[in-house]
Design a protein around this ligand. Structure first.
Ligand code: GLY
Length: 256
């Protein structure tokens, strides 16, 4: 993370923590707490979620989110939505009010609108910082291809600038929940879905194991179903701190 963005990230995460804590402190559920925490970060342009997300190859914001209830294993997910300021709100509606678990694209937006969530324009989610970042990235990519290097690897300062958001919570009933929300990766192909909104990949919660949210490059995380892998380590009796570290080691060793 670039030095000049550290304070904004700490502020954003602290605001999210406070929002989640307010819910828990008045006796609210873990599910409500993670939703409120993630909404704060989706609304904060610092992060790769909601407004301010990375842009896809076509210069559009395309968002994914998942929320999961550890008590019931109910979950709600949305993928590739382009007209929702807070995809986690739509995911929560799916969890609470639909027999289904997952909606994508126009179907997800239609479901959201039918359940009282206002749609926005895609331009409302796009900010100048990200337009410039995409422009620079695509220019580097074109230059690199001209040099005959088709396997162009983006430099760190272009991609490691902000990332997916997530929250986990434990409430006074002993129930746990997790939520994850993302704009995905810079210059992704339209329709590309990452780990964040897939159960067990970017998000998982089960009262009998753990609540997990992952952030980082989605493709390797998906291959390892990493959130569920980590929860299983905890169910086997390992400490959360150890299991999180082991998940990082597994990711590094297995898929580099
Ligand atoms: N972890 C976010 C993504 O790769 O889409």
């Amino acid at each position: 993370m670039p030095d000049e963005m550290v304070d904004a990230h700490i502020r954003g995460v602290s605001n999210a923590l406070a929002a989640g804590w307010r819910v828990l402190d008045r006796g609210g559920s873990a599910l409500d707490a993670v939703e409120e925490a993630v909404v704060i970060m989706e609304d904060d342009e610092t992060f790769d979620a909601g407004r301010g997300s990375f842009l896809n190859r076509d210069g559009r914001v395309q968002l994914d989110a998942l929320i999961m209830d550890g008590a019931t294993l109910r979950a709600g997910g949305v993928g590739c939505v382009e007209h929702l300021r807070n995809p986690v709100r739509a995911a929560r509606k799916i969890l609470s009010e639909s027999p289904h678990v997952y909606f994508v694209a126009e179907g997800a937006e239609k479901f959201a609108a039918e359940h009282g969530i206002p749609l926005c324009k895609n331009e409302d989610l796009v900010i100048p910082r990200e337009v410039e970042r995409l422009r620079e990235y695509q220019a580097s990519l074109a230059a690199s291809k001209q040099d005959g290097n088709d396997l162009f690897a983006p430099s760190n300062d272009m991609t490691i600038s902000h990332d997916t958001v997530g929250a986990v919570a434990l409430d006074h009933n002993g129930d746990i929940a997790a939520a994850t929300s993302t704009g995905g990766t810079l210059n992704k192909a339209p329709g590309r879905l990452g780990d964040s909104s897939l159960i067990g990949c970017g998000c998982y919660a089960d009262n009998e194991s753990a609540a997990v949210s992952t952030t980082g490059w989605g493709e390797p995380i998906m291959k390892l179903v990493l959130a569920k892998w980590t929860a299983d380590r905890i169910a086997a009796g390992n400490l959360p701190e150890w299991s999180a570290q082991e998940a990082m080691n597994y990711l590094k060793q297995r898929v580099r």
